[in-house]
Write a protein that binds this ligand. Sequence first.
Ligand SMILES: [Zn+2]
Length: 397
Amino acid sequence: MDSLERFIRYVKIDTQASDQTGTTPSTEKQKDLGVLLVKELLDLGLEDAHMDEYGVVYAHLEGKGTRIGLNAHMDTALEVTDTNVKPHLIKDYKGGTIKLANGFEMSPAQFPVLRKHVGHDLVVTDGNTLLGADDKAGIAIIMSALQYFHDNPKVQHNTICVAFTVDEEIGEGPLHFNYRKFNAKYAYTIDGSDPSMIEAENFNAYAAKVNITGVSIHPGEAKGKLINALLIANELVSMLPVKETPFDSEGKQGYWHLGGLNGDSENASMSFILRDFKDDGIKNRINVLKDAINKLQDKYPQAKISIEFKEQYRNMKKFVDKKPIALKRARAVMRKNGIEPVSAAIRGGTDGATFSRNGLITPNLGTGSYNHHGRFEFLDIQEFNKMISVVIDLMKK
Ligand SMILES: [Zn+2]
């Protein structure tokens, strides 16, 4: 079965996640893809393939040697709809502007990454949906590698531990992950873009929620009495370094990001996310916010100001560095496939960040797909096929 056909089949199934439901999976429709994948895994001889109550698909292909894990996520991003995906094939991209079916255009001026794909075959959207190559390209790569071992039973391979997760896009991929069932010594997420990139470094990430209760009174008689929650919120923002926002940062720089502010003069709530590659850097960002809250509380004793932090994920680098075997193997296999590996830091996180922190070292590899989370998402078919070869070689003995 052709790997591209496989990819197209998967992207046509709507698996968009939701941050509103509070369930796992966050949307039942993610299981539609899970059901299909279990059937296909069984057909490929992975006899224990099944989907658990949370919608996570597990399967193993027994071999000799190391137990190596492969993971990709079934859900798609929330920003643009995943309903009625109609992929379009562009054979031998000549460069220049790509016109999508509904009037949207994708030009190299706007997306310089396109220049690297001249002469390759691309899959694009019709402009109405995202493509869902994030991460169905990863799923198709893993399934195509399994197809190869099915079709070539004499080729020796390691034991391949497969998991397809749900809800990666809302940061909940590892929430109910069964490490014991997966039972891999180390693993790879196939959830990146450029095939030359190995991502084993990411942000430390915290969310912070601030609640402010002021004192409400008729403004006409408010002198010395009205404590305005919104003004306290405003003051808090002014106490943070002006230049350390997502707008002002790149590379290895971290930030505070005010993502939500709701309220009136009596009650206000604020939500922040904090990001930093360094352990002491993220601690410092937490402390700066705590200190600011303490100062404001001292200044306005009549108000009630509280802050709560929630850890979202950790930088996987220090865990990966302690057990570099997964990285070493990936680098060697990429070189064998004519790719010079590049280490990249993700200004975000993957399921692998949490897996690594929990002892399952899981760097991220590319899929050959780009412009994730939007209507300009595309897949480079040659790069996608290259990654199938890489994954096959990763699993070979
Ligand atoms: Zn992804």
